[in-house]
Design a protein around this ligand. Structure first.
Ligand code: MLC
Ligand code: AMP
Length: 512
């Protein structure tokens, strides 16, 4: 039976606050009631086959959680859509996942229009009011197996369009336990939650960890001043480095009175974490200057949840991600045919939190795993180059970068250079294009497109960005577009991206 669901169902009569959202406070009992109503409505007439992909286009908050668990209680697997995605991307996600039903909340109705004729759109408010009769969350949870798919999260890869990573109930249940225990979550916690819910960090690492421990989550959109103000009512904050960057910009612009109040609020947090991208040491030290301690940095991935983490208590090292969580096995694999363990190499991971595979992509799933050189269980290849530092207590891991130049991280979002290139190449004026990430203070990496125009064609930066914006989420749209006479290429005619990045990195960095 699904432990993820069992933990949720156990709160059926819990009157304590589970969520504080922009509509008010919601008890666990009411959130579970909502989930049972949604699950009952979805299952009516045997309409949900086990593992059916059901998408959510739902604003963050209590209704989102009821919708999420409602789908799971009905035996379905959740695909989370975001209003940040323009229509073609939203349609791609639903078509790739084989989604037939989408639950839509009122604030998202307009965005749902992109799916009319593609999927059945069901009004979440109506489902939440479905009489659930004698239906009981525990009984529904009993019927769902640990091995069933629970969540399909889309993540960018080196092959163009995003892939759907399938996580089972067991994967998420284990992640809930590992992270909850490592970071000391209890029912007394209040998580200040401002991360998007269509990715691993916001949905599983933050929200499901908190709910698994019976903590309360205050959900709101990210706004630096509001986050400072709301810290006073929270015990935990989780962010990506770009959020910390914004927090410090707001802090610097604040009055003395605000700074004093905000630093007191930040100091009383029992935990502030950073992940999804490398936290620059300068940002870690800024947090220390304000609160007396650096954020707890950890390494995670869509496919594994949190794998490696600094300790809640004891030494934390800026620039390092700490040590593997219990049950997470690691190997630093060399490039040779035997993939011998080396000091600097690709991080391989295995254990019960590792995902089941990419939906409908047998070949890519196969490529993502490597056989164990010693005949054990296969390893998931993270694509991250790492090392360990034996001079520090415990020999913590350090993430040195991605093995592929085509994977970028901007503000915590993983982006595929190839996906962005494919879109730009569709523009009539574009002959060649190479997308690269350039180091950037605000975003970690800034997406830059280098374009060679067709002879005689004219095109401005604004036109090309607008073209990309109609087809890609705004955070994938290149911040800069440089028109070049040619791209640097090797003898085989392949663009030498490291050379391009080197050329670009000497250009001054804009501030947006
Ligand atoms: C917003 N913009 C971005 C961007 N976010 N551009 C590049 N990279 C990003 N990450 C764009 C907007 O579209 C807009 O463009 C301009 O920047 C200003 O937008 P904004 O309104 O000020 O941004 P905001 O909505 O406040 O978003 C900033 C942010 C957001 C930091 C809150 O990026 C964010 O939520 N990041 C978190 C990503 C995340 O959750 N990753 C987890 C992946 S899972 P324009 O052109 O309109 O001006 C994972 C596993 C793990 O990695 O280990 O955790
Ligand atoms: P995603 O596919 O969005 O889940 O992104 C996972 C990737 O984020 C990892 O493979 C790393 O490249 C990166 N990442 C996550 N946490 C960290 C961290 N603390 N330091 C550096 N990179 C990180």
């Amino acid at each position: 039976m699904s432990q993820l669901l069992a933990r949720f169902a156990a709160r059926s009569n819990d009157p304590r606050t589970g969520v504080l959202d922009d509509t008010g406070t919601h008890s666990y009992a009411s959130i579970v009631r909502g989930a049972v109503a949604v699950g009952t409505a979805l299952s009516a007439g045997g309409r949900v086959e086990p593992g059916d992909r059901i998408a959510l286009l739902v604003h963050p908050g209590a209704d989102f959680i009821s919708a999420f668990f409602g789908v799971l209680l009905a035996g379905g697997c959740v695909v989370v859509l975001s209003p940040l995605h323009p229509a073609p991307e939203t349609r791609y996600l639903c078509e790739d996942a084989g989604v037939r039903t989408v639950l839509v909340s009122a604030p998202m109705r307009e965005h749902g229009a992109a799916l009319e004729g593609v999927c059945e759109l069901r009004d979440l408010a109506t489902l939440l009011e479905t009489p659930a009769g004698n239906a009981d969350a525990r009984a529904l949870a009993d019927a769902v197996a640990e091995s069933a798919p629970a969540l399909q999260l889309y993540t960018s890869g080196t092959t163009g369009k995003p892939k759907g990573a399938v996580l089972t109930h067991a994967n998420i249940g284990v992640q809930q336990e590992l992270v909850g225990q490592a970071w000391g979550f209890t029912e007394r916690d209040v998580l200040l939650h401002t991360l998007p819910l269509h990715h691993m960090h916001g949905l599983a690492i933050a929200l499901l960890t908190a709910l698994g421990a019976g903590a309360a989550a205050r959900t709101r959109s990210f706004d630096a001043v509001a986050v400072w103000e709301e810290m006073a009512n929270a015990t935990v904050f989780m962010g990506v480095p770009a959020m910390y960057h914004r927090l410090f910009l707001a802090f610097d612009a604040a009055t003395d009175e605000e700074r004093a109040r905000w630093s007191a609020s930040a100091k009383q947090l029992r935990l502030a974490t950073s992940g999804s991208a490398a936290l620059p040491v300068t940002l870690a030290e800024r947090w220390r200057a304000i609160t007396g301690t650096i954020p707890l940095e950890r390494f995670g991935m869509t496919e594994i949840g949190v794998g490696i983490s600094n300790a809640l208590h004891g030494a934390r090292f800026a620039g390092y991600v700490g040590l593997p969580l219990p049950t997470v096995e690691t190997r630093i694999a060399g490039e040779g045919p035997d993939h011998a363990e080396v000091e600097i190499g690709e991080l391989w991971i295995r254990g019960p939190s590792v995902f089941a595979g990419y939906h409908g992509k047998t070949e890519e799933t196969k490529k993502a795993f490597a056989p164990d050189p010693n005949g054990g269980a296969p390893w998931f290849r993270t694509g991250d180059t790492v090392t360990r530092d034996p001079s520090l207590e415990g020999s913590p891991f350090k993430i040195l970068g991605r093995t592929s130049v085509d994977i970028l991280k901007s503000g915590g979002y993983k982006l595929s250079a190839l996906e962005i290139e494919e879109v730009l190449r569709e523009h009539a004026a574009v002959a060649e294009v190479a997308v690269v990430g350039v180091s950037d203070e605000a975003w970690g990496e800034r997406v830059v497109a280098c374009v060679v125009l067709r002879s005689g064609a004219g095109c401005e930066t604004a036109e090309l960005r607008a073209f990309a914006r109609e087809r890609l989420a705004p955070y994938k749209v290149p911040k800069d577009i440089l028109f070049l006479a040619e791209l640097p290429k090797n003898a085989l005619g392949k663009v030498v991206k490291p050379e391009l990045v080197r050329q670009l990195s000497v250009l001054p960095s804009p501030t947006s």
